[in-house]
Design a protein around this ligand. Sequence first.
Ligand SMILES: CC(C)(COP(=O)(O)OP(=O)(O)OC[C@H]1O[C@@H](n2cnc3c(N)ncnc32)[C@H](O)[C@@H]1OP(=O)(O)O)[C@@H](O)C(=O)NCCC(=O)NCCS
Ligand SMILES: [Zn+2]
Length: 205
Amino acid sequence: MIHPTAEVSPRASIGEGTKIWHHAQVREGAIIGQHCILGKDVYIDFDVQIGDRCKLQNGVYVYHGVSLGEGVFLGPGVMCLNDKYPRAVNEDGSLKTDVDWDVLPSHIGNGAGIGGGAIVLPGVNIGSWSVVGSGAVVTKDVPDHGLVYGNPAVLVGFVCKCGRRLAHVERRDEDDLYRCPHCEQELSVPSGITRYLGLDQGGSS
Ligand SMILES: CC(C)(COP(=O)(O)OP(=O)(O)OC[C@H]1O[C@@H](n2cnc3c(N)ncnc32)[C@H](O)[C@@H]1OP(=O)(O)O)[C@@H](O)C(=O)NCCC(=O)NCCS
Ligand SMILES: [Zn+2]
């Protein structure tokens, strides 16, 4: 289903069952998986790859160099950027073209959920099943199941596949055990991450 006001390049590939809503634009070379939802005013830059069952809320911008795994949620107004040191012109004053663009690739892992208005900076990778709080400016990689928020976004804990924050249960030699108070699922997090951040004492900073 592609809304008549959406502009989808004939050179983009759209998976079966994907819905594209009002005024969205999908550029050439983009590959969108199956059963995705692209909300109103979404912009997908050229060659961007998006896995199956992703939900992009209204006004999301995903730029060239960014890829999304499967089941990724991008809240309203999320921006995934690609040029860390942006300039409109080259040093000689000539307008920059795609060739002059310095793209840093980044990937958003399976099942990750990014809150509304968050900005993901160029070259930053977001782990699987992680959650980024609304309004966050993500400047560093986020580990799998990580929970980050703020500007700059800081890792404050870990989240379950169900999206709830995990409680720290036990500190072990190689890892820390977390459990979800909501659905009881357990998660092992390598101790290197938790101890460095002081997150092994109860799941929060
Ligand atoms: C990040 C988030 C998952 C945290 O939820 P939570 O674990 O239930 O956290 P709480 O609401 O208990 O807040 C805990 C602390 O974090 C702060 N906080 C929560 N979300 C925050 C955010 N996005 N940015 C900055 N601080 C935040 C709270 O103020 C609180 O601070 P305090 O301890 O000093 O009082 C949630 O607030 C969020 O941003 N979800 C995304 C919502 C969204 O954009 N959905 C899009 C679909 S419409
Ligand atoms: Zn859970």
